[in-house]
Design a protein around this ligand. Structure first.
Ligand code: MF3
Ligand code: CO
Ligand code: CO
Length: 284
């Protein structure tokens, strides 16, 4: 990389230096390793609170810091979003009643057939690693598996659009056109974000849009891509706890997230799974 780092673009996007990639790589690797290791615990009967406790302990044992504990008053080391929860599900709280449940589930206990996203952000030596992926509890339903596959593939199509000279609109367009060609919908209410030595920085990384629009990608930009895809309509609402976002039509929702950096000729994914389990990672 040319020694062109340390700047901020006219869109407010920080350009990092070659030497900064190592810090992001270490943070991303720990976050991904946690998502690898928690998979074995995702079985019917476990609570989302227990999964979060495992994650918090893992972060502490590694000598790292959770980015989410204390963030805007959030108290947990992960977000765990089950079934029609789009994102920001609070571990340990009740799982909102799905369309398929006859009575409310007054607990955070996972049951056969649930799908869930676990999202972890850690800080290692001041660098932020942010990643999430999907898990299936017990037996999988075909339509849920398809939603998860399309969401994963949409993320990867977005990542493949990352190289200097392309635009953020190219990323959004790649994701949206793939998702909609599969007759699913892209959530508009939440987006990816710049990160690095901070959790959330410019730009907003939209998961929809027009090719050739938006800021131009430059070597040294660090950001997340984290599409949320719904089987039904794209609209969401936030529940009374002020965090949990659900689909308005209660259709199932899925999400995958990577933290990446723009290199001279493409990208580096900082949050690759050390165990090769990013997708599919089913529970148990
Ligand atoms: N990790 C989430 C993201 O991808 C943010 C979670 S913030 C929290 O940006 F406070 F809800 F944890
Ligand atoms: Co993120
Ligand atoms: Co995240």
């Amino acid at each position: 990389m040319t020694d062109n780092g340390g700047r901020v673009t006219k869109d407010g996007i920080r350009i990092y230096q070659q030497s900064d990639f190592a810090g992001m790589h270490a943070a991303g690797k720990l976050a991904a390793e946690i998502l690898d290791e928690v998979a074995a615990l995702v079985v019917p009967g476990v609570t989302t609170g227990e999964l979060d406790k495992f994650i918090e302990d893992y972060v502490n044992t590694a000598g790292a810091v959770s980015a989410t504990i204390g963030y805007k008053g959030y108290k947990h080391a992960s977000c765990i979003s089950v079934n029609h929860v789009v994102c920001h599900g609070i571990p340990g709280s009740n799982i909102p009643q799905s369309k398929h449940e006859k009575k409310p589930r007054k607990s955070g206990i996972l049951q056969d057939g649930d799908i869930l996203n676990i999202d972890v952000t850690v800080i290692v030596d001041g660098w932020f690693g942010d990643t999430s992926r999907m898990y299936i509890v017990g037996k999988q339903k075909k339509y849920a598996e398809r939603l998860i596959q399309v969401t994963h593939d949409a993320l990867m199509k977005g990542i493949e659009a990352v190289k200097p000279g392309n635009t953020f609109g190219d990323i959004g367009h790649a994701i949206q056109s793939y998702v909609e060609s599969n007759r699913m919908s892209v959530v508009r209410d939440f987006c990816g974000h710049g990160l690095g030595r901070v959790f959330h920085a410019p730009p907003n990384v939209l998961h929809y849009g027009r090719a050739g629009t938006g800021p131009v990608l430059e070597e040294g930009m660090f950001f997340t891509i984290e599409p949320m895809v719904n089987l039904g309509r794209p609209e969401t609402k936030v529940l009374k706890d002020d965090w949990t976002a659900v689909t308005r039509d209660k259709s199932l929702s899925a999400q995958f997230e990577h933290s990446i950096g723009v290199t001279a000729d493409g990208y580096e994914i900082f949050t690759l799974s050390p165990a090769g389990k990013f997708y599919p990672t089913w529970g148990g």
